[in-house]
Design a protein around this ligand. Structure first.
Ligand code: NAG
Ligand code: NAG
Length: 492
């Protein structure tokens, strides 16, 4: 629910199912697409080209970004993969106040890629869950003015037809105990009216993030089986309709809310949906597999919901493609474990995205660091180690050690070794990073224990960002040069 408070970045990748339907002689392509969020809040980033290779080998045709990262967009150039770029919430104020700012944003982050052999940008997400109740309304007033400015910038750039503005909303924008009673939160009614009026006139879908996992995690009374798609002993009866899973119930609550505003037929896209694999009792590989496979099967069955029979969501972007082990854990330890792939692009469980490709395929040619680990020296007294562990786990990810995690229960020494190793890998195995005042020791024997994996980092080439003022000019010219170079090559 509140992942957006924390994250400015996450990633979605979408897979597309194309079914060809023959209609009285003419062939019509009905698209029901499964895409993916590609987030990059990670200490172990695969290079964008490795990630794009992962999308391609899995035939994933739609990807949602949380920003407009030039490295990611450059890697997506020439692939044909449909892209949703994002305007982060902290840019909304500036974009709402000036058309010069929106013109520049569109020029730098959209137009420059919309060339032959460029990136296939289809959507711009204006903010990420800007109406979240916990923001206390601080951002929402910028949304419509930012949309107005960006829309005129797109029109000026001749891109208003090709690129559509959308606003991914948290499901807390609407409420009700029964789907048929769904309504937007009273304080949002004016802004939602304005938003859906704009979306409708522009042919854009409504985008919502739905997380049955968070309902289950946050509510001990929530029936476990209602979060999944395998049938439930806790179905919800709503007049003539019966709901067998939380996803459909939530979706139809939105349909009712849209209906109340007079837009009951507006297309809906699921911007984020998924299940984490670690860091909480109900977050594990099996639950994630059952949820995601059940969801995909459900959507691709074209059954729809009681209020929209035969009409599944237009697109679904799974959250997420990869684990992001540098995300804030304010929502819970599970927050770093949403990936269908681990940080290094390895499938966590068999999942068929419905793209005619079978189960997930791993990233190819991942450039790992050497097979070595940092652990606690077995011959040392570890009584003074607490501060080291604390520091290591502030920099690196130790969430799997917590209650419900895959490494909970590996013992005190195990805990210390896990923390040491996580830190050592984030430091790219720099030998000094295994010092810990002489308590650490490098080993060539994999210390993983059962479900608990001690990771080896990746040494992928990721273009590093220059944050200093002085280098920005230089960086700009390098990018310009690179883009010209890319286009020149593509023109040949
Ligand atoms: C927009 O593009 C510029 C120039 O490439 C880049 O520095 C900036 O990070 C991009 N903006 C976002 C929100 O990603
Ligand atoms: C290992 O660390 C976790 C997380 O801090 C903690 O819950 C657990 O009790 C620790 N185990 C031991 C034996 O100290």
């Amino acid at each position: 629910m509140c992942r957006c408070i924390i994250t400015t970045t996450a990633t979605a990748v979408t897979a597309v199912l194309m079914s060809v339907v023959v209609f009285g002689g003419s062939v019509q392509v009905v698209e029901s697409a499964i895409g993916v969020n590609w987030g990059t809040v990670s200490n172990h980033r695969l290079s964008p080209s490795t990630v794009v290779g992962l999308l391609k080998v899995n035939k994933i045709q739609k990807v949602k970004l949380f920003d407009a990262d030039p490295d990611c967009l450059r890697a997506l150039m020439g692939t044909g993969i449909e892209v949703m770029v994002g305007v982060s919430n902290d840019l909304l104020a500036a974009l709402s106040s000036s058309t010069a700012a929106s013109d520049l944003w569109v020029a730098q982050n959209v137009s420059r890629y919309m060339v032959r052999g460029g990136a296939n940008i289809r959507f711009i997400a204006v903010g990420n869950e800007p109406f979240l109740a916990s923001y206390g309304g601080h951002i929402q007033s910028y949304v419509m003015p930012a949309i107005t400015n960006l829309q005129q910038s797109l029109a000026k750039a001749n891109l208003a037809g090709a690129v559509k503005l959308v606003v991914p909303c948290n499901a807390d924008a609407y409420e009700s105990s029964l789907p048929s009673q769904g309504a937007f939160r009273p304080e949002l009614s004016q802004i939602m009216t304005d938003l859906v009026t704009f979306l409708n006139s522009n042919g854009s879908p409504f985008i919502v993030n739905i997380y049955p996992f968070l309902s289950l995690y946050g509510n001990s009374d929530f029936p476990q089986d209602y979060a999944f798609f395998e049938g439930t002993t806790h179905s919800v009866t709503d007049g003539p309709n019966v709901y067998y899973n939380a996803f459909d119930g939530n979706y139809d609550t939105l349909v009712s809310a849209l209906n109340k505003l007079g837009f009951g037929q507006m297309p809906i896209v699921i911007g984020e949906v998924g299940w984490p694999t670690d860091g909480a009792i109900s977050a594990n590989v099996n639950a994630a597999r059952v949820f995601n496979q059940g969801l995909i099967k459900h959507v691709l069955s074209n059954k729809g919901t009681p209020l929209r029979p035969g009409q599944p969501p237009m697109d679904i972007y799974l959250f997420g493609l990869l684990d992001e082990e540098a995300k804030s854990v304010l929502p819970g330890s599970f927050e770093r474990h949403w990936g269908i792939f681990s940080f290094d692009g390895q499938a966590k469980y068999p999942l068929d995205l419905g793209l005619g490709n079978g189960f997930l395929r791993n990233a190819e040619d991942v450039n790992y660091l050497p097979s070595r680990w940092c652990v606690a020296d077995p011959f040392k007294d570890l009584s003074g180690v607490a501060e080291h562990v604390k520091l290591a786990c502030t920099v690196a990810d130790c969430t799997t050690l917590n209650y419900g995690g895959s490494c909970n229960g590996i013992g005190e020494r195990g805990n210390i070794s896990y923390a040491f190793n996580s830190y050592y890998q984030v430091q790219k195995q720099n030998s000094q990073s295994c010092e810990f005042d002489g308590l650490g020791m490098i080993t060539f024997v994999n210390p993983s224990m059962g479900q608990c994996k001690f990771l080896v980092g990746v040494a992928e080439k990721v273009v590093t960002r220059h944050n200093s003022q002085g280098s920005s000019l230089h960086r700009g010219s390098v990018i310009l040069w690179l883009s010209i170079f890319c286009w020149a090559v593509l023109e040949l």
